[in-house]
Write a protein that binds this ligand. Structure first.
Ligand code: ADP
Ligand code: MG
Length: 724
């Protein structure tokens, strides 16, 4: 069968195409079938309880324990029908992955020795995992172990099925005994509130009296690599760090662009089918799938949703991508840069602001020049991004992204905004004349084929190189790394937008002539913040120079970016909107430094391990084979052994270089603990370890090109990326 390797097809994928055709999935029935969603609540809860819960979900009204008890009971009954035996408060601590602790629905045995299945409102609303082992960045000492999880009723509970059976997962926020947030969700919810309030204020001032809420929405396109499980297991670097630390480029990489949107191989299709089904069951609206630029790289994009849901669903999607892969003899890599020299994986965070009655505040309409509300919102966002470009960059900082940003089809670490032809023209009119009088229109696209229809083009082309691109009716923030939660960047986007909207609303409220003030604000923001707009090729090296001239931030590494969280500007911003306190920001910065140092350290140690136990012995064996060959060929007669000798010399020199680079790296790793945890240690890793790792990689990759393939101790890039 096309695209299959015999060894790793399990029964499921060995079906003939005929059976695939007969296996009909009813998506409508499947979608959300394991979710305690609005229609389930409406059907199962008493009317009064349903109404009160809806008010809590939509208006943030406090939920009484009585109501919670009824909801919990129904939720449990429903979950048991779905096969659940346990419930779990599901949360997102600052480890970068989700966390959970499972409790059975059992209540203490009764006198007759039988048990009851129970679940109370209190258990639904509040949990208390022993939180001492989660990172708190100094917010708590280890002996202060209490942490609480609280139900986020705006994200529906769901029953997850896996080897553990059925588990009712309750999305929760996680905070410390003293109320500081220790997770991704809490600040996200706070920031949604902030931008919602300020955006509503602004549109009220501009005449909208009907919308009741403004909700930031996100569609997060998820990129990933899919490789053979056997290959994965044969590489310690992938096992320990999620990426390759060594590896020479094969003769063919991604230069032909023949993988992008190419035919999806059958083995991968079978995988995607199951991923979709599992996503749909849990209400994750997985929609678009395709092959990405690098061989064995793919993408899955959902339909956009309110951002806290989108963030939860992205976590669920990542888990499903990984879980289903193992069932197919595959491994899903979510690392930002699994292979040097090939595209990395990111998450494109498509962000917009929508009212509860269906108005997208980022929709320019057909004549943006006379859409005052749109222009004000747009220029406010320009102001926000220009003012806080460092923070937005920081929000996408993670260890893997240091390797991705600025190379092989990824946006650079410099933040700029792409507006496109039409809006650029409007901004130029505003900047030069103070007003905009016309908008460029989309022209007709003539196919010059009689049987193909001509159609109207969009007024603006796309730009794939920009880190923050306006794409029709949303902004696409492309910096986020593939593994990272989308929460951090949306916390920043929401809060900086809230700040800009607040300032504009304050100025409009304080003025006598509202219309003039709106015009003035649009003009002022456009002029002041036009430096952040860049419509050219952001991959080009000249852009870096140009950006420096414009005074834009260029923060190539995570370690360079982290201080942005703690500037006075940042603390003032987050405290004003009660998204983070200074202590929370300090703790998050501390955690990030810590994660950076630990991750780099693990990588360095893995390199040392692989070099000592695998590369040096393999190369030593190879040189022995060569030396023997030289001697044997010589004894056999006076043949020319020049080739063998040259190879032997080259290999031996590289082996020596490998050994000395490794010693340097070992020496540095031994020094790491001399540096205090936090910024100093992270800086040492960045400045010393990272370059020493690159030095060690060089001779090893050269050796890989020389040594007999049979003797090389692990699968090569070529084996891994072309053999799925
Ligand atoms: P592309 O790869 O061409 O950028 P995709 O279809 O892969 O497009 O992804 C686009 C993403 O943007 C999807 O997740 C989609 O739901 C999301 N999206 C579309 N419209 C909006 C919007 N108004 N607000 C937020 N996200 C949106
Ligand atoms: Mg896409």
């Amino acid at each position: 069968m096309e695209g299959f390797r015999k060894s790793d097809c399990d029964g499921r994928v060995k079906k003939t195409e005929r059976i695939w055709m007969e296996e009909y999935i009813n998506v409508v029935e499947l979608f959300g079938c394991d979710v305690f969603n609005d229609s389930v609540m409406q059907a199962r809860l008493p009317k009064k309880v349903y109404r009160e819960l809806k008010q809590t979900i939509e208006e943030g009204k406090e939920l009484s324990l009585e109501i919670a008890d009824v909801v919990a009971h129904e939720m449990k009954e429903w979950a048991i029908e779905k096969g659940a035996t346990h419930f779990s408060h599901w949360f997102q601590p600052l480890t970068g992955v989700t966390a959970e602790k499972h409790d059975a629905f059992l209540s203490p045995p009764m006198d007759n020795g039988r048990v009851l299945m129970s679940f109370s409102g209190k258990e639904l609303i509040k949990g208390e995992p022993d939180a001492s082992s989660f990172p708190s960045g100094g917010l708590r000492a280890t002996f202060e172990a209490r942490g609480y999880t609280t139900w986020d009723c705006t994200s529906p509970a769901f029953v997850r099925h896996d080897a553990a059976g059925g588990t009712l997962c309750i999305p929760t926020a996680f905070c410390s005994y003293t109320g500081e947030s220790l997770d991704q969700k809490t600040p996200l919810l706070r920031s949604m509130q902030a931008v919602g309030e300020q955006a509503l204020r602004l549109i009220r001032l501009l005449g909208n009296q009907t919308s009741r809420r403004v909700i930031p929405s996100v569609g997060a396109e998820q990129e990933y690599f899919l490789i053979d499980r056997e290959h994965f297991e044969q590489r310690k670097d992938l096992v320990y760090t999620g990426r390759t630390l060594f590896g020479a480029m094969p003769p063919k990489g991604q230069e032909m662009d023949d993988h992008y949107l190419g035919t999806i191989r059958q083995r991968v299709s079978a995988y995607m089918k199951e991923v979709n089904e599992e996503c749909w069951r849990l209400g994750v609206p997985a929609k678009t799938q395709h092959n990405e630029v690098a061989p064995s790289q793919h993408e899955l994009a959902p339909i956009y949703e309110p951002v806290n849901l989108a963030a939860d669903h992205n976590q669920i999607m990542m888990r499903i991508l990984k879980k289903v892969a193992t069932r197919h003899g595959l491994r899903c890599l979510l690392h930002e840069k699994p292979f040097a020299g090939l595209s990395g994986s990111g998450k494109h965070n498509n962000w917009s602001l929508n009212t509860d009655d269906g108005i997208n505040l980022l929709d320019p309409g057909t004549t943006p020049h006379d859409n005052l509300q749109f222009l004000l919102i747009l220029t406010c966002i320009l102001k926000a991004v220009d003012t806080h470009a460092d923070l937005l960059r920081e929000s996408a900082a993670d260890v893997g992204n240091d390797l991705r940003l600025g190379g092989d089809e990824a946006p650079p670490a410099i933040l700029s905004v792409f507006l496109g032809e039409q809006l650029q023209d409007v901004i130029e009119q505003l900047v030069s004349n103070g007003t905009a009088t016309h908008s460029k229109e989309g022209t007709k696209l003539e196919t010059r084929v009689k049987t193909l229809p001509d159609f109207m083009k969009d007024a603006t082309d796309r730009n794939r190189t920009s880190p923050f691109a306006f794409t029709g009716n949303k902004f696409e923030f492309r910096m986020v790394g593939a593994r990272d939660s989308i929460s951090a960047c949306n916390v920043v986007l929401n809060t900086i937008a809230a700040e800009a909207f607040q300032e504009a609303a304050d100025r409009i409220e304080a003025s006598d002539c509202y219309e003039q003030t709106v015009h003035d604000l649009i003009k002022e923001y456009a002029i002041r913040h036009q430096r952040i707009i860049f419509n050219g090729n952001a991959y080009a090296p000249e852009w870096e120079e140009e950006a420096a001239k414009r005074g834009l931030f260029n923060l190539p590494s995570m370690v360079d970016a982290i201080p942005a969280m703690l500037t006075d500007k940042s603390v003032a911003l987050f405290e004003k909107f009660q998204v983070f306190t200074r202590a929370e920001l300090e703790s998050r910065a501390e955690i990030k430094y810590d994660i950076y140092a630990k991750a780099v350290n693990i990588e360095a140690k893995t390199m040392i391990d692989m070099t000592t136990k695998q590369f040096i012995p393999a190369v030593a064996r190879y040189t022995t084979v060569l030396a023997k060959s030289v001697n044997e060929v010589r004894t056999a007669g006076a043949f020319d052994v020049g080739v063998q000798l040259e190879l032997l010399e080259k290999t031996s020199l590289l082996l020596k270089e490998t050994s000395s680079c490794m010693k340097v790296l070992e020496g540095l790793v031994a020094q790491v603990h001399h540096y205090p945890e936090g910024r100093q240690r992270a800086l040492f890793c960045r400045q010393e370890l990272v370059p020493a790792m690159a030095s060690l990689r060089k001779p090893v990759d050269e050796l890989e090109m020389l040594v007999d393939k049979e003797m090389w101790p692990m699968p090569s890039y070529g084996d891994i990326i072309f053999e799925v």
